[in-house]
Design a protein around this ligand. Sequence first.
Ligand code: ATP
Length: 515
Amino acid sequence: MDAIETSFKDIISHSKEYGFIYPGSEIYDGLGAVYDYGPLGVELKNRIKQYWYGWMTRMNDNIVGIDTAIFMHPEVWKASGHVDAFNDPLIDNKDSKKRYRADVLLEDQIEKHLEKANKEVAKAAKRFGESFDEALYRETNPRVKGYLDKAENLRRKFAAAAEANDMAALKDLIIEEEIACPVSGSRNWTDVRQFNLMFSTQMGSVAEGASTLYLRPETAQGIFVNFLNVSKSNRMKIPFGIAQIGKAFRNEIVARQFIFRMREFEQMEMQFFVRPGEELEWYEWWKNRRMKWHQSLGLGDENYRFHDHDKLAHYANAAADIEFKFPFGFKELEGIHSRTDFDLRRHEEFSGKKMQYFDPETQEKYIPYVVETSIGLDRMFLAILSNALREEKLEDGSERTHLKLPYFLSPVQVSILPLIKKDGLPELANSIRRQLAGDFAVQYDEKDSVGRRYRRQDAIGTPFCITVDHQSLEDNTVTIRDRNTAEQIRISIDEIATYIEPKLNMSTAWRSIES
Ligand code: ATP
């Protein structure tokens, strides 16, 4: 089977056509960077949650779950530093009136220099063939070296400006690099300004007596403020983790690229509490383990890479992203952060409650250090969907749209198709559907030819299609077609469940992480 590349546009339109994702409030022309999940989307999303949450809480015996409120006491966000420091540097182009994040413009520019260098290297590799020494070429070819130096120079200056929160320096770099607005093409920029990303709202029935609340920009703080509750109620011993899936809200300056950057999104976060001094070891451990979790999905190891942060957030002493190759390039999918004791210490200061843990092994009291793994559920959804969608040419010359999802994530697991709509075939097919429905996500479809129905199921990623034909009435057997290979076998109706179950469970993939 030959795979044909699909574009980002194809992914967006496929999502809508088959009921994965719709633009939010679409009949009112949509709402910026807000999306709704359709019937198949919610199924896929729930399975991704299960793959993350199940692994965290079942395959790690020292991690428990929690589900905390979106509304939190306003002091939480002062303690966490979000009121003062949860800002992005924004810049406007005066001609197009378009708004950009200054840091993103500069990061893209670094990437451009690197791409130019890579292109030169690829050209040379073609020219020299077998004898090509890439490392040597990168070091010695003046043109390649020029691009690499430009990238490195800019990276250093950018890191220094960002570290110092120097907005004027960020603007200078944009001017120096001659970065133009992609819409107007002009370099007519405003100054760079800080912009706080938190949404606020009022609690209370009358405006005067109301207090201002923030919609949480991350789920982590709900875990920190419950650290004592969880450790006491569940007798947790350090090291241990608390995992949570929930909505987060950020008033993103530039929200684009579909569900990659939304204003309302979901996070899957786990805070791992450790002894002070052991955090960097755990940080490395979690980096490695989270990468293995990603690889267990089978989307291709080459589609992931680590990116260590140059600029550390105010709370971190080490941080890295796991980046994924989205249709628009490698971008952050998950963050692993060593958050020190910053959050718990600040909550102790602001709330006046001791956030300490008594370690029965060392007989010491201390504020634990924290290693966090934080992943956007919607970004994970996009990573999986964009990786899965492909157009294929089959051996018989026909083409199909194939959503090559991991079997255990597919929104519909089995479809039941009576060959024709008469002769008692629909009745038998329906009885098989009822038999399987309690254990599997089943869909019944009797419209159109079987070939067309196969195509429809391939396009939504259904692993197994069961066809009920006249022979089924005689000997209680059906054909079962495997999505990936398009091969069919004939099995007895009683054997369907035992045949498909091992191919659909998550535990096999989870176990591969441990090996
Ligand atoms: P970015 O640099 O892309 O803005 P971030 O570094 O601010 O992301 P974190 O604060 O580390 O992100 O959040 C953890 C995870 O939450 C990210 O890795 C990402 O998957 C997800 N995430 C963050 N912001 C958004 C958003 N606006 N829409 C969707 N997912 C998001």
